[in-house]
Design a protein around this ligand. Structure first.
Ligand SMILES: *Cc1c(COP(=O)(O)O)cnc(C)c1O
Length: 385
């Protein structure tokens, strides 16, 4: 046999990819009767109008390519946010756009023998060139470091305050901990997994101090009291990321978008896959925008359930952080969090536990329906209350 064909495929893979720790998504089990409170999905189905619009579109048109830049949807979103379609790019979920931002704005660390990428992993920030730095807070969305690694960028992970508030970045900059010139800074606002909300004034201070691009990832903002959209429409270096997944019950359809300066948006459009947003997703998102009051009623329901569940868990000895999202971060009593994870699973309730410093003692619990919350409280009481 030709020696060529006896090669192990492993040597064909770039070392960076071979060493990569991929993103770990929450479990999507198929077990019947399981109450799924682990991935922040909305417990309420999409509006009947959305389902009807998607069903009506399933015909011979499936053979055609969808609109490459989702123009109808961008026009609708522009009206909603009082901006121009040129301020908006739609993605295959906001995750795709977060990855594109890394590709468009961050220079990979040079991979010549003198400047090995790995050196930056543990190197002091002062040695990593700012043009190659992806900066983010910890804890926040665990996808950001993976995107930086995939791109061969340097990472600067900076701890939030113990109560998950934003730190004073001016002080951290003077101390050489924060990089005001980082090519790209991600801020999850409201924060995940803590649920903490941030005042727009506080985010504005941070944006003003940054020289590079700032992405304000507002995946959960519909459950919060304030949003920072005006910052994306004021500052040329600020992008706001939104998604139809969580608040608009459309995880399955994969629709997210960025709002920002037309030049940044145009740069992202250049590197987009030709038909990145599937046609049924575009139709579902457009129909969603026709029925917003229905969703706003769902937000109010979820917020009411969140507040009631928080009080009930506190009465059972949990420490629950105030949340501005559709989930809560709660430290359970008596047993370690991962023991609770297992015992709840035994009772057919799935929540999320992160094996990460700062949040190891906590469970992240998605807010479900009132009936699901009641089942959780019953399970908690049967374990320890
Ligand atoms: C869920 C989530 C996303 C991704 O949303 P998609 O639009 O489904 O890709 C982005 N950021 C944060 C913080 C999230 O929790």
């Amino acid at each position: 046999m030709n020696r060529m064909f006896s090669r192990t495929p492993g040597i064909l893979i770039r070392p960076l990819i071979a060493a990569l720790n991929p993103y770990a998504p929450g479990e999507q089990p198929k077990i019947k009767g399981l109450i799924k409170l682990n991935t922040n999905e909305n417990p309420y189905p999409p509006s009947p109008k959305v389902l009807a619009a998607v069903k009506a579109a399933v015909d011979g048109r499936l053979r055609l390519y969808p609109h490459p830049t989702a123009d109808r949807l961008r026009e609708r979103l522009a009206r909603l946010h009082r901006c121009k379609p040129g301020n908006i790019i739609v993605g295959n979920g906001s995750d795709e756009l977060l990855a594109m931002a890394v590709r468009a704005f961050v220079e990979p660390v040079e991979d010549s023998p003198g400047t090995r990428r790995n050196r930056w992993r543990s190197a002091r920030l002062s040695r990593a060139p700012s043009r190659s730095v992806v900066q983010y807070f910890t804890p926040s969305y665990s996808l950001y470091p993976v995107l930086a690694d995939i791109h061969g960028a340097a990472k600067n992970a900076v701890a939030l305050e113990p109560d998950f508030d934003l730190p004073d970045v001016a002080r951290l900059t003077r101390a050489g901990i924060w990089d005001a010139r980082a090519a790209l800074t991600f801020v999850t606002t409201p924060n995940a997994p803590s649920g903490r909300g941030y005042a727009t004034a506080e985010l504005e201070r941070l944006c003003r101090a940054q020289k590079g691009v700032v992405v304000l990832d507002e995946a959960y903002v519909d459950f919060a009291e304030e949003d920072a959209m005006r910052l994306a429409l004021t500052f040329p270096h600020v992008l706001v990321a939104r998604t139809f997944s969580k608040a608009y019950s459309l995880c399955f359809q994969r629709i997210g978008y960025f709002v920002g300066h037309p030049e940044l948006i145009a740069a992202l459009q250049k590197i987009r896959d030709s038909y990145n947003v599937n046609g049924l997703g575009q139709i579902a998102a457009e129909a969603t925008l026709d029925d917003l009051p229905r969703y706003q009623a769902n937000f109010r329901r979820i917020i009411a359930t969140r507040e009631k569940l928080s009080r009930q868990l506190e009465a059972c000895g949990f420490r629950v952080w105030p949340s501005r999202t559709n989930f809560i971060l709660a430290r359970p009593p008596r047993f370690p969090a991962h023991t609770w994870l297992r015992r709840l699973r035994d009772r057919k309730i799935l929540v999320r536990w992160f094996d990460q410093p700062g949040v190891k003692e906590y469970l992240r619990i998605t807010i479900g329906t009132p009936a699901e919350a009641a089942a959780l409280v019953r399970a908690v009481k049967s374990i320890a209350c």
